[in-house]
Design a protein around this ligand. Structure first.
Ligand SMILES: [Zn+2]
Ligand SMILES: [Zn+2]
Length: 334
């Protein structure tokens, strides 16, 4: 990972040129940094970063919905518009999806050229720095609002206090759930305390008695809904232990490979639901959740890091010493 000079992109007729203000660091960016995910499909060098807010500085001749000066965010997972899933309104699982910051240049630079169909307006009430976290919020919004059955009074366990976990927890809470957030040893330094700052009870599975907490919180029944945001092979088997009979597990994190007996899921009629990416509606709701404070951007965002020393932020992220670094990208060009 290094700084290189790039040409200022020319927007195509259907594109707008966006000057980036703020950009977040996502677990998938960290996966690329560690050569663990996505990087094998990348044509290097590629500028990473896909969670960002910016302003339109130029528009192509066919752009009709946006104008110079508009504040925008991008929906970075782009459906092709032509395949079967896109036709039936499931563009989040498009057969030919491309991802900003993976398949084409992303937001850790001054300018990005973006098709207007992938842009989303930022309402006046939402702060530009806060808007940079709309994309990860939309992932959690889809998982909770579209894909979970969390409702008032439900007892909810969110496994993993990373960015997606803590956003999932906040939205599940907004939807009426009684939410507990669990983490492992290295989460004790920053992420579990952050969960507590956000108003959640927490559980450190490396130190606390997980079973005793489940007994106490759920009267021995188990959680109504468990979200696995860990991205770790242990996340799903642990969710099976924690969920109640007839309950629901929502898988958001990409777990990799795990081996486990599935008969207990069948015998308990557990609903195993996956959630991937997000769509227009999820972005729209996320902007409103941030505006209302149901998602507390101020507490959640960590702006200690500089993009000029990005390695420090990536190392801290991998070590669990931060949760959602958001860079002031204007440092590159101010
Ligand atoms: Zn992301
Ligand atoms: Zn498609």
């Amino acid at each position: 990972m290094e700084f290189v000079d790039r040409e200022r992109p020319e927007p195509a007729p259907d594109e707008a040129l966006v000057e980036v203000d703020y950009a977040g660091l996502c677990g998938s960016d960290a996966g690329i940094y560690e050569f663990e995910s996505a990087f094998e499909r990348m044509a290097l060098p590629t500028v990473i970063g896909h969670e960002y807010s910016g302003r339109i500085v130029e528009v192509g001749e066919n752009v009709t919905k946006f104008a110079v000066g508009d504040r925008v965010v991008e929906r970075p997972i782009r459906g092709c518009g032509d395949c079967y899933q896109c036709e039936i309104g499931e563009s989040n699982v498009c057969q030919n999806a491309v991802i900003t910051g993976v398949d084409h240049d992303g937001a850790y630079e001054q300018f990005v050229a973006v098709p207007e169909d992938a842009l989303h307006p930022v309402p006046d009430a939402v702060d530009q720095q806060h808007a940079a976290m709309v994309e990860p919020t939309s992932i959690a919004a889809r998982a909770v609002i579209e894909n979970s059955r969390v409702t008032a009074g439900d007892r909810v366990l969110v496994e993993g206090p990373g960015p997606i976990g803590l956003l999932t927890a906040q939205i599940a809470d907004a939807q009426g759930g009684e939410v507990l957030v669990s983490g492992v040893g290295q989460d004790a330094a920053y992420r579990l305390p952050l969960a507590e700052d956000l108003g959640f009870e927490t559980l450190n599975v490396a130190e606390d008695d997980v079973e005793a907490r489940r007994e106490a919180i759920t009267d021995g029944v188990g959680y109504d809904v468990v979200f696995d945001t860990t991205g770790h092979p242990s996340g799903l088997p642990a969710a099976v232990d924690e969920v109640r009979k007839g309950g629901q597990i929502v898988l958001i994190g990409q777990t990799g490979e795990t081996t486990m007996p599935y008969s207990p899921l069948v015998r308990s009629e557990i609903d195993l639901q996956c959630s991937y990416a997000s769509m227009y509606d999820d972005f729209d709701r996320s902007l409103r959740l941030i505006d209302s404070g149901d998602v507390d951007a101020e507490t959640f965002i960590d702006d200690r890091f500089s993009l000029l020393d990005a390695e420090e932020a990536f190392e801290a992220f991998v070590a669990g010493e931060t949760c959602k670094p958001v860079f002031d990208v204007s440092e590159l060009y101010a």
